[in-house]
Design a protein. Structure first.
Length: 122
């Protein structure tokens, strides 16, 4: 009986808050793990943290990130750069058509940025 009660509780209690999504370039069905991994490569390629693109909000004294907000114009610039790298990878390099172009890494943020949000010459 205790095991059944525990199983029922799991259905009602979330151990992690769900992140609202606003995906316009990446696949809508991307897993949390794949999304986090991809975002981490962007962070490293640009030498930034998540709040470079995502809006910080203070709620109940806690600072959180609003991942769905488009209020930071840098986020749209990031999307433009994602489209650029997708286009280059898809059109100029051989790739497996079963793989979404957003996951291609021949050309990436790091190719030009090399860990600098504003690379030399820009």
């Amino acid at each position: 009986m205790l095991a059944i009660g525990c199983l029922l509780m799991v259905g009602f209690v979330s151990t992690q808050p769900s992140k609202e999504r606003n995906l316009k370039v990446l696949p809508k069905d991307i897993s949390e793990e794949k999304l986090d991994s991809l975002m981490e490569t962007y962070n490293k390629g640009l030498g930034v943290t998540c709040d470079f693109c995502h809006v910080q909000e203070v709620k109940n004294g806690d600072t959180t990130l609003n991942f769905a907000s488009d209020d930071n114009p840098v986020k749209e610039e990031g999307r433009r750069m994602m489209r650029l790298t997708i286009d280059i990878n898809k059109n100029y390099f051989n790739y497996d058509t079963k793989v979404h172009p957003a996951f291609l890494t021949r050309i990436s943020c790091n190719t030009c940025h090399k860990g600098n949000a504003y690379p030399e010459g820009n």
